[in-house]
Design a protein around this ligand. Sequence first.
Ligand code: NAD
Length: 499
Amino acid sequence: METIGHFIGGKHVAGTSGRFADVYNPATGEVQAKVALASKDELRAAVENAAAAQPAWAAQNPQKRARVLMKFVDLLHRDMDKLAEALSREHGKTIPDAKGDVIRGLEVAEFCIGAPHLLKGEFTEGAGPGIDMYSMRQPLGVVAGITPFNFPAMIPMWKFCPAIAAGNAFILKPSERDPSVPMMLAELMLEAGLPAGILNVVNGDKEAVDGVLDDPDIMAVGFVGSTAIAEYVYSRGCANGKRVQCFGGAKNHMIIMPDADMDQAADALIGAGYGAAGERCMAISVAVPVGEAAANALMERLIPRVESLKIGPYTAGNDVDFGPLVTAQARERVLGLVEQGVKDGATLAVDGRDFTMQGYENGYFMGGCLFDNVTKDMSIYKEEIFGPVLSVVRAKDYDEALDLPMSHEYGNGTAIFTRDGDTARDFASRINIGMVGINVPIPVPLAYHTFGGWKRSGFGDLNQHGPDAFKFYTRTKTVTSRWPSGLKDGAEFVIPTMK
Ligand code: NAD
């Protein structure tokens, strides 16, 4: 059995804590590897290593740092098949979807090649008599990222590419469910020319996370995962004086206006609701058709589509819509929520609970489920299900539809399908949610914009990737300078103002 350790100081190192977690193949249910769970001491050793390597990296000019990312992008393309296979084997998503996971991270690496431009400061000539004023963005030192299981390539790259391009050393604590791809990414960064010690992968669970949060030399922590843990990481990291940004769970609504093209809306809901078995923070999990006619037309289209979803292992090739859930516990949890939805009185229009995959009876597969007549008080509406389950909540008019995402505790993404520009514009302007799609079901911003949810989907300031990432992983220093020939006055006791 393969044992996955850590990647510290440019080398694979074995875990010494004696604690391990099983890494499953979700399609077969087999344990395919064991991953070491770091102790606080192991985490500390990685931080010391990173702290020693960081000043020389920060001293390199930004173009040289960017060139490492240029090469890294090439290597990602070279190893795309290998990365996608490892990702699908541990996560369960299809190979084309796994490639998408790598590519959406690679695009952030491409954006970070612009680091020399993004790190430029501001300059004011003659801010006072003989006085110039300028600002610079400097790296923080050692920074960290703690990432979830559902995008084991993309989200680590969202974190470490900007941080490293800005001159920091990085500690990545990836999900213990699918640790192989983060380790491969660290190897590729080294091959691309990154000095040893600048990107370290410390595998682990709560103990390693607490180590990150309590470490005096880790200056900033970027977290992505479920809301309960996001909130915990935010409060403990902030209490320790760190810069922290945490992105949490979601319940993304898609409103379907009566004038929408119902075929397009149904297509969008199938992809956005069931792709990756619903294990996406930007998955649409609630469809809100407006008016009875729209609701009936939508259900009529959705039911046969959900019934004919193609489910299978990633090894089945391109002819699969989605794979298994990540673990047996994840599947049990989703099945439990579906059961609760039925008990609460929602109409289970398509029941995928009894699905079994022939030849893969021990895999964590389940069929697509579709609920109709879901109401606000039900747990299937309130909670993030994170499985292949779509809930339809019928609204009588636009205001009632708008109120649903507005009053939900999560605020990650949302979408509206309509042909009416005024309605779309009103929706985009009023909605209290971070990412909005207009006839686009999964509005994940591209690498040069920023990604972040509102309300209980995001804690702290600044978004992920785009220019915000460079602000998060650097700090501003502002210099006011005057040369001796400009010093004309004696001691000054009054605060200087621009008279
Ligand atoms: P998770 O919260 O279980 O784990 C995330 C990270 O926290 C992992 O590295 C894990 O090891 C660590 N962790 C788990 N339990 C911990 C504990 N008790 N104390 C300290 N650390 C702990 O999340 P997950 O199941 O891996 O990922 C799915 C969740 O992530 C969903 O809620 C999804 O919506 C969310 N997500 C959000 C975004 C976003 O940008 N908003 C993106 C992707 C996923």
